[in-house]
Design a binder for this molecule. Structure first.
Ligand SMILES: Nc1ncnc2c1ncn2[C@@H]1O[C@H](COP(=O)(O)OP(=O)(O)O)[C@@H](O)[C@H]1O
Ligand SMILES: [Mg+2]
Length: 379
């Protein structure tokens, strides 16, 4: 095998979005040769890697791409896992392992995995079609999720009462009890081939009081040390039972009666770990590389409180992106702007994020408000 640190070692990433872009940023210091596959010729990684334009779900495309690499990883789950299994047979390292990616691709299989491994999760029923949702009215209020293919909220429906049932997906899904949660948190863990696991401190999604949308992420989460210990233990258990190598983001609910339930998992760097670039000793991106390269995990301690605000395309604007208020935001102490290199904006497209650090939570919140009302992506 080529020496890992002298640019002969080729790392392939399936997916060339912002997560790949930040992974590349953190790998430059390790002399890694990055190769990226993405269907969009202008994907955020296209100018900063050996870039191949092609479909991640196409068997032959993934094989042809992977054959040139020593180690293959992902920054999105929707990839051809048969091709990845074939690459493993051909002697390539693939982390996270293809069978773990496959399990996570289907929310139904994920839920069965939690049940089989005694991992607390919202009660659920597997449904094959809309009719089965109709026949389970006694289970409402519930959340109905597509097994496969949903992302960024596209595959999730609130079904509170019988009136909502007509809109239910007519495809295999999972009907989950609606959890009346106090907080929604996430813990990112890493595991390497030697089985060494490290958890990052938990992060909290802070919701807008009226709009019911995530406003920003706060690190560390404002929860008791007991809840934080339980959350970190659960994330460790999930990654260990999966025997996964790489980074795993574990989304959880903290219920009003103090229970912690696993909601869903993602086997890659995650939106809830962006702040680790500036706010933790080791970033999630560096940690992912350490895990898949078989290196010792880095220290995950939080250095200082941080908030992360996603920069989304403004409603009513589609076209070449224009960033309003960027200079004003950069003039605030403790703000770090990350733009994802996307030329075109559209409503709610993730165009970048801003991390804000401050030792004082009250002053941090004021800065969050300022960033949210000042920085806009228009056309
Ligand atoms: N069982 C549930 N009870 C209450 N809210 C839920 C439940 N499942 C999901 N949600 C809400 O919907 C959001 C999206 O669901 P999730 O399963 O995380 O799908 P996605 O793949 O879109 O992120 C969650 O972040 C949470 O706010
Ligand atoms: Mg989610």
């Amino acid at each position: 095998m080529a020496n890992k640190f002298y640019q002969e070692y080729k790392l392939g990433i399936l997916g060339g979005g912002q997560l790949g872009r930040m992974l590349i940023q953190s790998g430059i210091d390790l002399n890694i040769d990055f190769n990226v596959l993405d269907p969009d010729p202008k994907a955020p990684c296209h100018q900063i890697s050996n870039f191949t334009c092609g479909k991640l779900t196409d068997f032959d495309t993934v094989i042809a791409f992977g054959e040139k690499c020593d180690l293959i990883t992902i920054e999105i789950e929707n990839v051809n896992t048969d091709a990845l299994k074939q690459l493993v047979k051909m002697g390539k390292k693939v982390f996270p392992q293809p069978d773990v990616i496959e399990l996570i691709q289907d929310k139904r299989v994920q839920k069965l995995f939690y049940r089989q491994n005694d991992i607390p999760t919202a009660e659920f029923i597997l449904t094959e079609d809309r009719n089965e949702v109709v026949n389970n009215q006694a289970f409402l209020p519930a959340v109905h999720k597509l097994g496969k293919g949903g992302y960024d909220g596209q595959g999730v429906q609130m079904i509170r009462t019988a009136n909502d049932i007509q809109k239910a997906f007519d495809r295999p899904g999972v009907l989950e009890k609606l959890v009346d949660f106090e907080k929604e948190i996430a813990v990112i863990v890493s595991r390497n081939e030697r089985g060494e696991v490290r958890a990052f401190p938990s992060v909290e999604m802070v919701f807008h009081p009226e709009a019911n949308l995530v406003e920003y992420l706060l690190s560390p989460a404002q929860i008791s040390s007991e809840i934080s210990r339980i959350a970190s233990g659960l994330a460790t258990k999930v990654v260990t039972e999966l025997k996964m190598v790489g980074l795993l983001a574990v989304e959880m609910f903290v219920t009003k009666d103090g229970k912690v339930l696993v909601n869903e998992i993602a086997p890659r760097p995650h939106n809830s770990g962006h702040h680790t670039i500036e706010a933790n000793v080791t970033s999630q991106y560096q940690q992912h590389l350490r895990a898949i390269l078989g290196l010792a995990p880095g220290n995950t301690d939080s250095i200082r409180p941080a908030a992360m605000v996603n920069l989304l395309g403004e409603e009513g604007h589609s076209g070449i992106a224009n960033y309003v208020g960027l200079e004003e935001v950069l003039a605030v102490e403790g703000t770090y702007v990350h733009l994802y290199g996307k030329k075109l904006t559209k409503p709610f497209r993730k165009m970048g994020h801003v991390t804000i650090v401050d030792h004082d939570i009250e002053s941090l919140k004021k800065k969050i408000d300022f960033v949210k009302k000042t920085l806009k992506v228009t056309t």
